[in-house]
Design a protein around this ligand. Structure first.
Ligand code: XIL
Length: 448
C-alpha cells in the first residue's frame, strides 16, 4: 500500500519542456589567484566539497581546515540507511541534521549520500526481500528525502548498483532482486519528496570508458528517453597510482546525455603520481561545463577510510600537501562555467547590477518546477533578491533555498541565511513549485 501511495504522489516530469530564459555563452579559460579551494572553485562556478564525520566537528584542526577550504559537505556515514532508519519506521536524523546546520552556518551546500545502497543497510532490511523490501526501500527514500527537503543540493539516490568486471550489468543484491525497476522507482520517489534536489546515480570504477561505466551510461540514456527523473551522475573516483586517459572523455559523454556530472568521493593512492592525478582530475572536471563540483572523501590523511594510503589533500596536522597545490593550481587556471551575461554589458537594466539570474522550468499539465540560478557580479553579494512576474493563472505553492513574498503576479524571492553571501562570480540556486503554466519568465536580480 505504501508503495502505491508513493507512486501515485509522484510528479511526472516526462516530456517536460525545459526553457532557459537567457542564452549561455562560453568563456575562455582565465587565470585567477584564489588561495583556498572553495574560493577558487566558486570563481569557476563550481563547489569543492569534503566528506565529513560529524564526530570530528569538535576537533579544531579538522574544522578549521574544513571551514577554510570547502564550500560543500557530504556525510561520510550519517545519512546512510543504517544510520537514518536503524529500526523499520523509526528514523534518526541527529548526525545528518548536525551536518546540515554546520553547512548552513558556514556557507556550504550539502550532498546527500546515499538513499539506497546494497551496503550499510540496517539489519532489518538485510533480512527482507520481495515486495516487503521494495515497499520499505521506497518508504525510506520518501521519508529521508522529505526530512531534508530544501536542504540538499544533490542526492545520491542510488549508490553502486552496477557490477564490476566486464558484464556491464547490475550487481546482485537484495534490492536488485526486487526487480530491475527498483532504481527508477527510487528516483521517482525522491523527485516527489524533494523536487528541488538534483538526483544522482553514484558509482566507482567508472573512471574512464569501460564496461561498467558503459552499463551506467546506457541506463542514464534510457532514463532520459523515458522521462525518469535523473539529473546527475556521480563518479566516486577512488583512485590508485594511474588515471585512465579517457577520464575526461567519459565525463563528457555523460554530460552529453543531458545530466550534470560530479566527482563525488575523490581520493588517490599516495606515491609519486598523487599530486599529478589530483591535478588531472580537477582539470578534467573544469573542462566539462556540466561538471558542477568535486568532493574529496575526507579532510586529512588520517581521516581517510583508506587507512595508510595517505590519500587526501592535507596531512594529519592539517598541513597542505603537494596534492593540494596541484588541485588549487588546476582550479585557478580552469574554465569558468558559462554564465548568463546581462543583456547589454554597457547599460545593464535596473536591477541587474551586482547579480544576474536565469531560470529553467520543468512543466507538466497544470504545474511546474522552476530552478533559478543566481550569479554574483564582480563585487560579490551580501544578499540578493530576484523578482519575477508569473503569467496570469500561475501561482507559487512551495519555495526552497529562498523566501517568497507574494504567490502570484509579481513575486519577489529573497536569499535565505546561508546563501546570501556570494563571492564574485559564485552561483547559487533556489527553486519553486507552482500551479498553472510558467512560460516566458524573466528573472531580475538585485544584490545588496
Ligand atoms: C565508507 C566510509 O568512508 C567508511 O567510514 C565506512 O566504514 C564505509 O563506507 N563508497 C561509498 C562510501 O559510496 O559511502 C564509502 O564510505 C566508500 C566507498
Amino acid at each position: 500500500m505504501r508503495l502505491k501511495r508513493a507512486l501515485r504522489a509522484t510528479v511526472t516530469l516526462a516530456g517536460a519542456g525545459v526553457l532557459t530564459a537567457a542564452m549561455m555563452v562560453s568563456l575562455a579559460p582565465t587565470a585567477s589567484a584564489g588561495t583556498t579551494l572553495r574560493a577558487s572553485a566558486a570563481e569557476k562556478g563550481r563547489y569543492f566539497g569534503a566528506a565529513v564525520a560529524t564526530g570530528k566537528l569538535s576537533t579544531s584542526t579538522y574544522v578549521n581546515v574544513l571551514n577554510r577550504e570547502f564550500n560543500s559537505v557530504v556525510a561520510e556515514n550519517e545519512m546512510k540507511w543504517d544510520a537514518t532508519e536503524p529500526q523499520q519506521g523509526r528514523f534518526s536524523y541527529t548526525g545528518g541534521d548536525r551536518l546540515v546546520s554546520h553547512a548552513q552556518a558556514n556557507g556550504m551546500s550539502v550532498r546527500g549520500h546515499a538513499l539506497l545502497w546494497h551496503a550499510q543497510q540496517p539489519s532489518w532490511a538485510q533480512g527482507m526481500s520481495g515486495s516487503a523490501l521494495r515497499n520499505a526501500a521506497i518508504n525510506h527514500v520518501t521519508q529521508v528525502a522529505t526530512h531534508f527537503r530544501g536542504k540538499i543540493y544533490a542526492w545520491d539516490v542510488v549508490n553502486e548498483a552496477f557490477a564490476d568486471g566486464g558484464s556491464g550489468g547490475r550487481r546482485d543484491s537484495n534490492l536488485q532482486r526486487t526487480g530491475n525497476d527498483w532504481i527508477e522507482a527510487a528516483f521517482r520517489a525522491a523527485r516527489a519528496a524533494d523536487p528541488g534536489a538534483k538526483l544522482c546515480y553514484n558509482d566507482y570504477n567508472t573512471d574512464g570508458i569501460n564496461a561498467k561505466s558503459t552499463g551506467i551510461y546506457n541506463m542514464v540514456r534510457d532514463f532520459k528517453s523515458r522521462g525518469v527523473p535523473i539529473d546527475c551522475v556521480g563518479f566516486q573516483s577512488h583512485l590508485g597510482t594511474t588515471l585512465a586517459g579517457d577520464y575526461q572523455a567519459n565525463l563528457q559523454r555523460f554530460a552529453d546525455l543531458g545530466v550534470d556530472v560530479q566527482i563525488t568521493e575523490l581520493d588517490v593512492m599516495t606515491g609519486g603520481n598523487q599530486a599529478n592525478i589530483y591535478g588531472a582530475v580537477t582539470r578534467a572536471c573544469l573542462a566539462v561545463s556540466r561538471c558542477t563540483g568535486i568532493t574529496v572523501w575526507g579532510v586529512r590523511d588520517c581521516d581517510s577510510w583508506r587507512g595508510s594510503d595517505n590519500a587526501l589533500l592535507f596531512d594529519c596536522n592539517g598541513n597542505k600537501k603537494s596534492a593540494f597545490d596541484a588541485v588549487l593550481n588546476a582550479l585557478n587556471s580552469g574554465t569558468p562555467i558559462p554564465t548568463t551575461p546581462p543583456p547589454n554589458p554597457t547599460t545593464p537594466p535596473p536591477g541587474q547590477v551586482g547579480c544576474s539570474a536565469s531560470v529553467s522550468v520543468n512543466s507538466w499539465t497544470g504545474g511546474f518546477v522552476a530552478t533559478v540560478k543566481v550569479t554574483a557580479g564582480s563585487a560579490g553579494t551580501r544578499g540578493w533578491n530576484v523578482n519575477l512576474t508569473l503569467p496570469s493563472g500561475a501561482s507559487v505553492t512551495n519555495t526552497w533555498s529562498a523566501t517568497a513574498s507574494g504567490s502570484s503576479g509579481s513575486v519577489r524571492f529573497t536569499n535565505v541565511s546561508y546563501n546570501g553571501q556570494l563571492a564574485p562570480g559564485q552561483v547559487t540556486e533556489f527553486g519553486f513549485q507552482g500551479n498553472g503554466s510558467a512560460t516566458g519568465l524573466t528573472p531580475i536580480c538585485a544584490a545588496s
